[in-house]
Each structure stands twice: as C-alpha cells, then as structure tokens.
Ligand binder design. Structure first.
Ligand code: GDP
Ligand code: MN
Length: 376
C-alpha cells in the first residue's frame, strides 16, 4: 500500500523530521486560500502515487495566491502516467542549497533492509544511479540492530551526506519500523540555504499485511496503486500488474508464477500475474480476461490451466462463455492439461474462435504467446 506524498509528509512530521508547511486540497479556490495563509509564494504539487511528477509538470512554483489557484486548477485536470490528479499539496517554498537521496528498502533476497543514499539526490537520481553507481551508497541493515546513531553516521559517511542528516536518518528508520513500512524514500532530502535539513518529498510503502494495525490509512482504493489492480480486487481476483506484453491467466499461484518464468524464458515479458484460483468459472474467466484486456500494453494472452478438482471441460466452458461476454481483441493461446483435458480441448475446438488457438504443452503455449506478442 503506497501512501500519498502528503501522508508520508504527515508521518515525517510526527517522527520529528522537518518538512515544509503545507496543506492538501481538491479545490483550486482553496489552493488560493492556503497560499495566502502560507505567505503567497508557494509550491503546488500534484498528489499521485507515481514518481517523476516534477518532470511531468506536477510540481510548480506559484508566485502568488492567484497563480496558485490557476496552477492548482491546471494540475487537477491532469493525468500523470495514468493517475488522475485528485488533489494537490500547497507548500511553503524552500530555498534549496543541496539535494540528497535517502531510502530504506526491504531487501528480500538478502533477508535484510538496505539503506540507499546519495549526495546527488533530486530528479535525476535514476540517471546518477545508472551512470555513476559509485555516487550511490548501499549499506545493508541488520533488522535486529536497526539504524542506531552509529549506523546512521556510517550511512551518511558512505554517501557523503553532512553530519546533520544523521538524526534524520535515525528518525526515518523509526518511521519504517513503527509504521510497518517496506519502503521509506526521501528524494530530495535537502539542506536549505538557512542550513536546515528537510524532507521535501516522501514515498512510503506500508506492508499490506499490516493494514489491520495501520488502519488510519483506511481502505483507500483497497491499497492498490494501480487502477487495474483495484478493479481486479473488486472482482475478487488476485491480479498484479507487471511491465510486459503477454497477459497471463492460470489456476493456482504456483502454476501462474512458473508461467511467468516460462514466458520470460521465451524472450517476452509477462504483463501481469493473475490467479483465477481453483474454481475457474465462466464468471471468473470473463472477469480475468476483461481485466487483462483493459491493459493497453497486452499484445497476447496466455491461459495456462492444469485441471485438477475443476476439470478442463469446465474451464473450457468458462472460456467459451467468457468469449460471449468479453470482446476478444488480441490473440488468446490456451493450454489445457490434466483432468479431462481432451474434452476441454474439444469444446474450444468446436467454438472455433478465430483469435483462440490451443497448444498442448506449457512451454509450447508460452512460446506461441511470446511470438504473437513480439510480432504484433
Ligand atoms: P517528484 O518529481 O515526483 O520526485 O517530485 P518532488 O517533490 O521530488 O519535486 C521535484 C523537484 O522539485 C525537487 O527535486 C526539487 O528540486 C523541486 N522542488 C520541490 N519543492 C521545492 C521547493 O519548495 N523549492 C524549490 N526550490 N524546489 C522545490
Ligand atoms: Mn521526489
């Protein structure tokens, strides 16, 4: 569950990290009122759960309250990378001397946390990390030890951050632990011309499994950053959006995960994880297909089902009925195996949909779906 910048800002403030004075609103008229209260000159920032707002025009300086209203009105009509801007934060502007990058992130592979920090923070941090990795320090954190002052000093030293940031690094770690966060990122953490260290932006990801004790963030969009994930969750499907072009549907999390691997092994990238579970009724199949097909990046869809308690003929019936409900616009490759596979295949053959083809092996089906996606 990703928090909005203004929610991260609120946490930082509670834990004693300096942040600019700011207020959030969904009304451009109110933005003018807030700007007046903050002294006139303000920064207006789109509240969307995606990065790169600055480069997308989602962070703008306004010289006076009238300009703040106009800027807010324009921003509230924007869509940043598929995220409609529903509110803006109006903040007191800060005179920046230097911009740093700091984050704590869970390193699942290592079973530890990782501090990532750089003295060259700001909007170009990705480029810095790509071209000069030595400018970005990566310090493992033993979760049982946490970030003590000594550890924070080690992080600051490795990244070339001024000593003043040590206290902030300890407080940000407190945020991570006590708020059940998987990620706390501040970019930029700044030193102002007045010599103060402040968090000018914040990204906090709260562990969804801890939602029961982090209730204050509510069921906001059911915690899904991606609108498709929210739509799928509303239909009771386990769907995770990925970056590729091959849509994947399967029954059982293990089978779907290995399907993702096989698709990747065929030189294509999976567009999603979608487990329709044991039942695989016509309804779930139709819901699953419609979620996958509403992702414009999808070029082909791979249905990989191993019939168990739910036999393949029932799944095939589900697919046939789903084809009546959903307008199929991209090729569908189906692999049915296991219980009653032959009957299931016969049902699909009889339906003879021009965009549906069957391949009997998992590897073969993945290869076909990958080909269709890369040549489409
Ligand atoms: P992001 O692009 O989504 O990461 O949005 P940020 O909140 O990080 O803002 C992008 C950039 O805008 C920052 O790196 C700063 O350089 C600049 N910025 C944000 N707030 C202020 C401010 O109060 N004063 C000044 N001078 N620059 C700011
Ligand atoms: Mn930022």
């Amino acid at each position: 569950m990703d928090l909005y910048e203004h929610q991260a800002r609120q946490l930082f403030e509670e834990y004693g990290v300096l942040v600019p004075r700011a207020e959030v609103t969904d009304s451009s008229r109110q933005a003018r009122v807030i700007a007046r209260g903050l002294g006139g000159r303000v920064v207006v920032k789109a509240q969307v759960k995606t990065g790169g707002r600055g480069k997308a025009g989602g962070v703008k300086l306004a010289a006076d309250p009238a300009a703040a209203e106009l800027t807010a009105r324009q921003m509230l009509a924007m869509d940043i990378k598929g995220h409609p801007v529903r509110s803006v934060m109006v903040a007191e502007p800060v005179d920046i001397d230097r911009e740093f990058y700091v984050s704590y992130v869970l390193d699942r592979a290592a079973g530890r946390f990782l501090a990532i920090a750089s003295a060259e923070g700001g909007m170009d941090i990705e480029e810095v990390a790509a071209t000069r990795p030595e400018a970005v320090a990566r310090i493992p954190i033993d979760p049982a030890q946490g970030v003590t002052s000594a550890k924070a000093a080690e992080i600051a030293e490795a990244a070339g951050l001024p000593a003043q940031t040590v206290d902030v690094l300890v407080r940000l770690w407190e945020v991570l632990v006590r708020e059940d966060a998987l990620l706390v990122e501040v970019n930029p953490l700044v030193r102002t011309r007045q010599g103060r260290v402040m968090a000018l932006d914040g990204k906090v990801t709260v562990d969804g499994n801890a939602r029961f004790r982090q209730a204050r963030w509510g069921a906001d969009e059911a915690g899904h950053a991606d609108p498709l994930e929210a739509a799928a969750a509303a239909k009771g499907l386990t769907y995770v959006k990925l970056d590729g072009e091959v849509g994947v549907i399967g029954n059982g999390a293990g089978l779907v995960m290995s399907t993702l691997d096989v698709v990747a092994g065929c030189g294509a990238r999976p567009a999603n994880f979608l487990d329709i579970g044991g039942g695989a009724s016509a309804r779930t199949m139709a819901d699953g297909l419609s979620v996958i097909l509403s992702d414009p990046a999808v070029k082909s869809v791979l249905v990989n089902v191993f019939g168990g308690i739910t036999a393949c003929d029932a799944v095939a019936d589900g697919i046939v009925r789903a084809l009546d409900d959903v307008r199929l616009t991209r090729p569908l490759v189906v692999r049915l195996d296991g219980n009653n596979a032959a009957r299931g295949r016969a049902i699909l053959e009889e339906r003879a949909h021009p965009l549906v083809q069957q391949v009997t092996t998992m590897d073969g089906a993945a290869r076909r779906a990958a080909e269709l996606a890369t040549t489409a």
